[in-house]
Design a binder for this molecule. Structure first.
Ligand SMILES: C[S@@+](CC[C@H](N)C(=O)[O-])C[C@H]1O[C@@H](n2cnc3c(N)ncnc32)[C@H](O)[C@@H]1O
Length: 334
């Protein structure tokens, strides 16, 4: 601040000094002396004014730094609140839902929900806190590094993770030209096609066409959430707008329609070999370098097999990083 002040003073002082030496060079007269005194008073007033302005600028700079710190803290609090609300870990009583095969016996209900090892009754996402933190890491990294492209999740169930993606965009000031795509059948898992995708054989019992039912009729209880309900969940968070795009239908039909878009973050959560492979085939070629591919279901053999096959067939060598007990991700390098 002293340096800044001195710079101003030196700049303002130059004409004054020239005036003084001109007067000194001229004949010494009372009129010129009076002019010199008056010029000195003016210079001193100007110095005081500069001092006040420099102090004011320092206060404004400090205020701006405080406002930035406050806005960072507000953003952090909002994102934490979103995680707690979407996973329902914020609320009591606990959200005790169905325990999937992956729930370890030694986990209590609270741990199961935090780790996303259950199928919750109320939470808008079945993933746990670490997987939301991974989404946050991926999105904040691509925003910081200006990696181009949109965000997509294939397999959204009640919409919690795509709501989180939209919330992160909002929290970061809605950078232009970023959309959030939410792909789902909105009628649950497909009927497993083990003939074409043998890895999906363990799912054949799910939604299995039974005698007397139409062959494509699904068991509505298995992960079926209507588009209307997902939209309502977005609206509950005030996050439903034209940056959110639903891709309704089976991945094999919907994902080819967005093949030409570029992606910054792709999150796969469709469980099956077929669902995972459909998503990789249609989306991965347009994942930007520096973008992220996240796989929620690496703990499921069928999904893992699809990821391994795709990586092998396409020579993908980026190291796979672990998120938690099931999810993995990698960052595209080439
Ligand atoms: C495990 S849930 C997704 C969980 C969700 N990501 C969350 O945050 O809670 C799997 C979803 O994938 C959808 N799905 C799976 N395979 C699909 C396919 N081939 N086409 C369309 N939707 C599919 C199901 O309808 C279901 O909503």
């Amino acid at each position: 601040m002293t340096q800044e002040r001195n710079r101003y003073i030196v700049a303002l002082g130059a004409p004054w000094r020239r005036g003084v030496s001109a007067i000194r060079r001229s004949r010494d007269s009372p009129r010129l002396r009076e002019q010199l005194r008056s010029a000195t008073r003016q210079r001193d007033r100007a110095r005081r004014r500069i001092d006040r302005l420099v102090e004011r600028a320092a206060v404004l700079r400090a205020d701006r730094a405080d406002a930035r710190a406050q806005s960072d803290e507000n953003r952090r609090l909002y994102i934490e609140l979103l995680k707690g609300a979407l996973t329902h870990t914020l609320y009591r009583p606990l959200d005790i839902g169905a325990r999937s095969d992956y729930v370890k016996r030694e986990l209590d209900d609270e741990q199961a929900r935090v780790l996303g090892r259950d199928w919750p009754q109320f939470a808008q996402t079945m993933v746990g806190v670490a997987r939301l933190e991974n989404i946050q890491h991926c999105i904040e990294t691509v925003l910081r590094d200006n990696v181009p492209g949109d965000f997509i999740e294939t397999g959204i169930w009640r919409g919690g993770t795509v709501i989180f993606m939209r919330g992160l965009l909002r929290a970061h000031g809605d950078p232009p030209e970023r959309l959030v795509f939410a792909a789902d059948s909105f009628q649950g898992l497909p009927v497993a096609n083990a003939e074409e995708y043998p890895a999906d054989a363990p799912f054949e019992h799910i939604n299995k066409p039974r005698a007397g039912r139409r062959p494509d009729a699904l068991d509505p209880s298995l992960l079926a959430v209507s588009r209307r309900d997902v939209q309502r969940n977005f609206e509950l968070y005030g996050l439903y707008d034209d940056r959110v795009r639903f891709l309704e239908g089976w991945f094999r039909d919907t994902l080819p329609t967005v093949r030409d878009r570029s992606w910054a973050v792709i999150r796969l959560d469709g469980d099956f070999y077929e669902s995972t492979m459909d998503a990789l085939t249609n989306l991965y070629p347009n994942l930007s370098v520096g973008g992220f591919l996240v796989v929620d279901d690496f703990a499921i053999g069928a999904c893992r097999e699809a990821v391994d096959d795709y990586r092998r067939e396409h020579g993908i060598e980026e190291p796979i990083r672990r998120v938690d007990w099931t999810a993995v991700y990698w960052r595209r390098e080439t």
